[in-house]
Design a protein around this ligand. Structure first.
Ligand code: HEC
Ligand code: HEC
Ligand code: HEC
Ligand code: HEC
Length: 291
């Protein structure tokens, strides 16, 4: 092999490596910009999926869920732009459904935000702060424009064909949400109400969750193999902390991890059915259930 060829190969190899780095960088950026091509783009420009907002409807995407100002602080979803129903409106998965369930159910969490569209009773374009200036209504008002598509009626989700996007208000036939993780939570806790960092799963059928203080609050998650272990990423099964009602229990008043819709789903993800990780070989289920 001549030196010349060797140099050319070296150069070609360098170019290939640079392209690979560029492609990786682009891929990483692309993964975060993907909601526009998902079913969670309800705006009039969405040509990829069922087009929910028709002529005259907003082409904004985030506004159906978030507002930069004057958001609903009664629900634990960030900058939430919609009213939500009371937790008591829902029939939950309980011991009436199963003889083996152990966690206590508390429908006060972020699942109420998902259900503000997915229970089929609330118009998907009801917003607290509609697009543009002068569209504020604390109780929520519908934005302008017509509705398209067979999978809604008056802007409320319906189940057409074999889609079950409308879960209804009876959640007893759905995977439990608003439920304590670990088969009844963590067995012991620390001293402060924001701390329950020690302790073990009450039920060893669950994989132990990770936790850490993020912004001074106790955050919980179950690591998946998709990201670095020991730090919370959107590809981990995110658990939502709150103080459970466990009077008389050693953990009474301690913040405990709960499973919500967004534990399994990232509403911005490009994965099929918005899962935090693809459910290949049931990776979603096996992240939590030690089966
Ligand atoms: C269909 C409803 C929906 C739409 C549309 C939506 N989001 Fe979200 N978003 C949520 C929910 C629910 C959460 C909380 C999820 C969680 O706890 O991870 C969230 C969380 C977030 C967060 C904080 C957590 C994170 O994942 O980074 C940011 C930032 C965010 N959204 C930005 C946006 C932007 C920007 C858009 C528009 C391009 C958008 N969202 C569109 C529902 C939505
Ligand atoms: C603003 C209304 C709205 C909110 C809020 C909302 N969704 Fe959706 N979601 C939709 C619409 C519309 C569809 C598409 C339904 C269809 O095409 O039949 C959808 C579809 C889905 C699907 C099915 C995707 C597929 O590929 O079939 C999942 C899963 C889902 N949403 C989960 C969630 C979760 C979890 C939350 C809360 C974190 C949430 N959604 C919040 C409007 C919403
Ligand atoms: C424990 C994990 C988990 C939780 C919690 C969960 N989901 Fe799902 N969901 C899934 C998985 C997994 C799928 C995909 C099922 C499949 O591919 O067979 C799915 C599918 C869906 C679909 C698509 C249904 C279809 O076939 O058209 C919708 C809509 C949905 N989920 C909404 C929600 C909402 C709203 C909540 C909260 C009330 C929720 N999910 C809670 C795991 C979960
Ligand atoms: C984020 C963690 C998490 C994920 C992911 C998850 N689960 Fe669960 N699952 C739970 C918790 C917590 C319970 C409540 C169990 C209890 O308290 O005894 C539960 C309950 C159940 C039950 C009812 C058990 C009973 O005793 O009635 C079944 C069945 C189940 N899950 C199957 C699945 C399947 C299938 C998947 C994947 C599609 C899945 N789970 C994903 C946490 C999870």
């Amino acid at each position: 092999m001549s030196n010349h060829t060797r140099e050319a190969r070296g150069l070609a190899g360098l170019v290939v490596r640079m392209l690979a780095i560029a492609a990786f960088a682009l891929g990483a950026a692309g993964a975060h910009a993907g909601i526009a091509n998902t079913k969670h783009n309800l705006g009039a420009d969405n040509a990829t999926n069922e087009n929910f907002m028709g002529a005259g409807g907003t082409t904004e995407i985030c506004v159906f869920c978030h507002t930069p100002h004057a958001s609903n602080t009664n629900v634990t979803a960030p900058l939430w732009n919609k009213p939500v129903a009371a937790g008591a409106s829902y029939t939950t998965y309980t011991t009436a459904t199963s003889a083996t369930i152990e966690g206590s159910v508390d429908m006060s969490g972020i699942s109420l935000a998902c259900l503000s569209c997915h229970d089929g009773t609330q118009a998907m374009d009801t917003m607290i702060n509609r697009p543009g200036s002068g569209g504020y209504n604390a109780a929520g008002a519908v934005t302008g424009g017509t509705w398209n598509g067979a999978r809604q009626s008056n802007g409320q989700l319906i189940n057409a064909g074999e889609f079950i996007a409308n879960l209804g208000t009876d959640l007893s036939n759905d995977h439990p949400v608003g439920i304590q993780y670990c088969g009844g939570g963590i067995s012991t806790g620390g001293a402060s109400t924001t701390d329950a960092s020690s302790g073990t799963c009450r039920d060893g059928d669950f994989n132990a969750p990770q936790n850490g203080l993020i912004g001074g609050h106790r955050a919980w998650w179950v690591d998946t193999s998709a990201g670095a272990a020991g730090t919370r990423q959107k590809t981990d099964m995110v658990l939502y902390a709150r103080a459970p009602v466990l009077a008389g229990d050693a953990t009474s008043g301690q913040f405990q991890p709960f499973v919500e819709c967004a534990s399994c789903h990232d509403p911005h993800s490009e994965n099929p059915t918005f899962l935090r990780v693809p459910n290949t070989q049931s990776a979603v289920c096996l992240a939590c259930h030690n089966k």
